[in-house]
Design a protein around this ligand. Structure first.
Ligand code: BGP
Length: 474
């Protein structure tokens, strides 16, 4: 039994976190480029501080990252050696449309991805492409205010038409927006939003969300028109909220918190705004401008599958005393006394992974795809440069086992699994290099020093064995 025979094993990256070459071959600047390491990082991510250019005195890790732009052939070869069936990557919007509102795409950007996809094809690796992974051209933020502006739907449509047409036959699996629900927590990354003083932030966030949801439905429509073989998925930052106690108020709060996330997928998968959201928006005095055409698009172009990231579960409480938050993270959570946590306080919960899969499958009855999961840790190479990352292997083993249980015991329909940051890359949350997820170590530090040499870690051979046995040998 176990995983389906064509189960898509692989790994995931995002353009700005690995490509580097931020100004090469005509690429324009994007929001994700200008988020530096440092104290301001979280306020920038939250849209509370305007930083729309590089500023002196800051270090911008995404500028060079691990320079995958010039190393992709070597990197994909290593992925193939592990036996990857799929590789999830994202397109840097500003390589295709450097400003975002041009009429004609940048041929050099298209040629780069075309060659990358052909390299995948050579090894029998199916690309899984995130159309936007937290990136929005800076020009669109300066000129239009990012996704708060309806015009963004048009620019996004232009982008996807180019991508679907040019890469027809090379790419079949597409994700419209990475972790679409992160717009509520990291609005600058999720939607290029920077708030004005005194502005009703919730109003802006939900209007921007609406634009993204419509753009996503439109992309699904166009993808199917261009090639009926195309499979389009939504992408949720998943992880259930546990009530801290069985006190009904805590249980109720956990349900409310889960709904904040489900809202996006409810629209993308069921095709309409759920009743609870309409009521909540009304109570909050949020009035979303939407047209009849928007509603028809949402209704008629729902996603083919549900993809999600899972790192940990979260805990909520109505007890103000317990509301201490885990540090350094975009998502807040009360500490769960039953769980261990990573060095960044992310609580490790493999059974919560299975519970999450069951909840998503019960709710949507569509195939699921795990497109991010993994352990961010500090790796220390030995004298020979080798990283014995048994902690990472343990984390992945337990999570893959949970996934197997969800498939075998619970009957969840699962298309594949791409572990996050299969090669070390820049962290989205902290901007650091020292938070590593990879099977492949990259010699580069937080200050941008290092040879960029790639070295296999212990987990490399372990994952190879997992894939070769289709998840039987963990
Ligand atoms: C998700 C993002 C990724 C990624 C991952 C790990 O939210 O989609 O881009 O980076 O989280 O987070 P971090 O890099 O902060 O450890």
């Amino acid at each position: 039994m176990g995983f389906r025979e064509d189960f898509l094993w692989g790994g995931a990256t995002a353009a700005n976190q690995c490509e580097g070459a931020y100004d090469v071959d005509g690429r324009g600047l994007a929001n994700v480029d200008v988020v530096p390491i440092g104290e301001e990082r979280f306020s920038i991510i939250a849209g509370k501080r305007k930083m729309l250019d590089f500023e002196d005195g800051y270090f911008y890790p995404a500028k060079e990252a691990i320079d995958m732009y010039h190393h992709y052939k070597e990197d994909i070869k290593l992925f193939a050696e592990m036996g990857f069936k799929t590789y999830r990557l994202s397109i840097a919007w500003t390589r295709i449309f450097p400003k975002g509102d041009e009429r004609e795409p940048n041929e050099k950007g298209l040629a780069f991805y075309e060659d990358l996809f052909k390299t995948c094809q050579q090894y029998g690796i199916e690309p899984l492409v995130t159309i936007t992974h937290f990136d929005c051209p800076i020009h669109l933020i300066k000129e239009y205010g990012g996704w708060r502006n309806r015009k963004m739907i048009e620019f996004y449509e232009r982008l996807v038409r180019v991508l679907f047409t040019r890469f027809k036959g090379l790419v079949k699996y597409w994700l419209t927006f990475n972790e679409i629900n992160m717009i509520l927590h990291a609005p600058f990354m999720g939607a290029g939003l920077v708030f004005e003083d005194g502005e009703n932030e919730q109003q802006v966030k939900y209007q921007a969300s609406h634009h993204e949801l419509v753009a996503s439905a439109l992309a699904t429509k166009v993808a199917h028109e261009v090639d009926p073989e195309n499979m389009v998925g939504c992408m949720l930052a998943a992880g259930l909220n546990y009530p801290y106690t069985c006190k009904p108020e805590d249980v109720f709060l956990a349900q409310q918190k889960d709904r904040e996330n489900y809202f996006f997928i409810d629209v993308q998968s069921r095709g309409e705004y759920p009743a609870y959201a309409l009521k909540e928006l009304e109570r909050a005095g949020i009035d979303i401008e939407m047209t009849e055409e928007d509603l028809a698009l949402l209704k008629n172009h729902t996603v083919d599958f549900i993809s999600f990231s899972y790192y940990s579960s979260r805990v909520v409480t109505t007890d103000p005393k317990l509301n201490e938050q885990t540090e350094g993270n975009i998502f807040a959570s009360v500490k769960n006394p039953y769980l261990e946590a990573s060095e960044w306080g992310w609580q490790i919960d493999p059974l919560g992974f299975r519970t999450t899969m069951n909840a998503l499958y019960d709710r949507y009855q569509k195939p699921l795809f795990v497109v991010e999961n993994g352990l961010g840790a500090i790796d220390t190479p030995d004298e020979a440069g080798y990283v014995k990352d048994d902690y990472r292997i343990d984390y992945l083993r337990e999570h893959i086992q949970a996934m197997k249980d969800a498939v075998e015991i619970d009957g969840v329909d699962l298309l594949g699994y791409t572990s996050w940051g299969c090669i070390d890359l820049v962290s989205a949350g902290t901007g650091e290099m020292k938070k590593r997820y990879g099977f492949i170590y990259v010699d580069r530090d937080n200050a941008g020093n290092g040879t960029l040499k790639r070295t296999k870690k212990k987990s490399f051979d372990w994952y190879k064995k997992v894939i070769a046995s289709n998840g039987e040998d963990l």
